[in-house]
Design a protein around this ligand. Sequence first.
Ligand code: SF4
Length: 177
Amino acid sequence: MITRSSKVWVDNVEDYLFCPRKLYLTEVIGAKHPEPIRVQEGKKKHKVREKWISREGKCGVVIKNEELGLIGKVDGIVEHDDYFEVIEIKDTDREYYYGSEKLQGVLYAELVEREKDKPVKLIFRSRGSDKKMSITNEITSEALKAVEKTRKLLEGKMIPRVNHSEKCIRCPLNNVC
Ligand code: SF4
């Protein structure tokens, strides 16, 4: 089996998809920024939802895969007779999910499927509702390509340019970018 020396966290991939420059500044250059209040609030709600998941399955499960060089902390895993449910918690009342959130969920599902060697179903759990997301070969391939781009960035093999967008308004690094 091929193994990779450096492991990429799934959260790093989501950060890469949000803005490669931000990931570069924080993880490669070491730029620090205070945690935004909305993130602090989100973490508190996340803890409460984790308690709910622990009534039906396991929460906060760290899984790594040598072949993919990938590691992630899965919000929730619920075992059924012939499949596993992978639960990704999102503190939102949006009716849709961002592309980066979908790829993040797909990567958790991929880690669980390889670890457990059983089919998985991916569920996004938001305020008061569960939404199932179907996983295609195309989206899995897209997610795995994003892992490799993230690895390249973390290894210092690329320096992303500033790409001003509406994301910069809520970015805590917009004064140093
Ligand atoms: S200010 Fe904009 S370009 Fe710079 S790191 Fe933040 S989101 Fe990325």
